[in-house]
Design a protein around this ligand. Structure first.
Ligand code: SF4
Ligand code: FES
Length: 181
């Protein structure tokens, strides 16, 4: 396997070709905030909280680090005013599930959410059920603002025996969904 060299937050990092910027940063001890990324699942790229800036001279480009592959010579910034502003916005939009991150980014309320939501659609429960358990008992139903997670009617018993995804859920929605199935 080919190793590439890149720079993350002014630190030289070596990573294997095919890995992502997120993984390279993590292996170098650099933490990138994230919501939908889960180590044991395939990259998903939904929440955009893990966005970083690629610097090319005076130009900067925003990419989602959990799906963007490393390249020789990349210069990456994981923290900047622009990224903080964007992350604060995402935290507000996913209120109140993102409370732990809110603390880190100094967000004390959301300008957007009037009703409370206990799911930020990270898809971890759905993907764990599909990729790891090969069951597809938990799924997304609806589109756009109506999109939500659900358990296939009548299959709640599978969840009763499993419950593996419960521990990954930030908002607790999957547990409620299971209880009321
Ligand atoms: S129920 Fe939990 S794990 Fe599933 S998508 Fe919503 S927040 Fe993510
Ligand atoms: S953690 Fe990368 S897009 Fe969600």
């Amino acid at each position: 396997m080919t190793t590439v060299r890149l720079e993350i937050d002014e630190k030289t990092v070596h990573a294997q070709e095919g890995t992502t910027i997120f993984e390279a940063a993590e292996s170098a001890g650099i933490k990138i905030p994230h919501m939908c990324h889960e180590k044991h699942l395939k990259p998903y790229g939904a929440c955009r909280l893990c966005m970083v800036e690629l610097v090319n001279g005076a130009k900067k480009k925003l990419v989602a680090s959990c799906v963007y592959p490393v390249e020789e010579g990349l210069v990456v910034q994981t923290r900047s005013d622009k990224l903080t502003k964007m992350r604060r916005m995402i935290i507000e939009l996913t209120w109140p599930v993102s409370q732990d991150l809110a603390k880190e980014f100094g967000v004390i309320r959301s300008r957007f959410r009037t009703e409370t939501s206990d799911c930020h659609l990270c898809g971890i429960c759905v993907r764990h059920c599909s990729e790891v358990k090969k069951l597809n008992t938990v799924y997304f139903k609806g589109r756009g603002i109506d999109r939500e997670i659900a358990i296939v009617p009548g299959l709640g018993n599978e969840c009763n025996y499993c419950q593996e995804c419960f521990g990954f859920c930030r908002g607790g929605k999957i547990i409620q969904e299971f209880l009321y199935e």
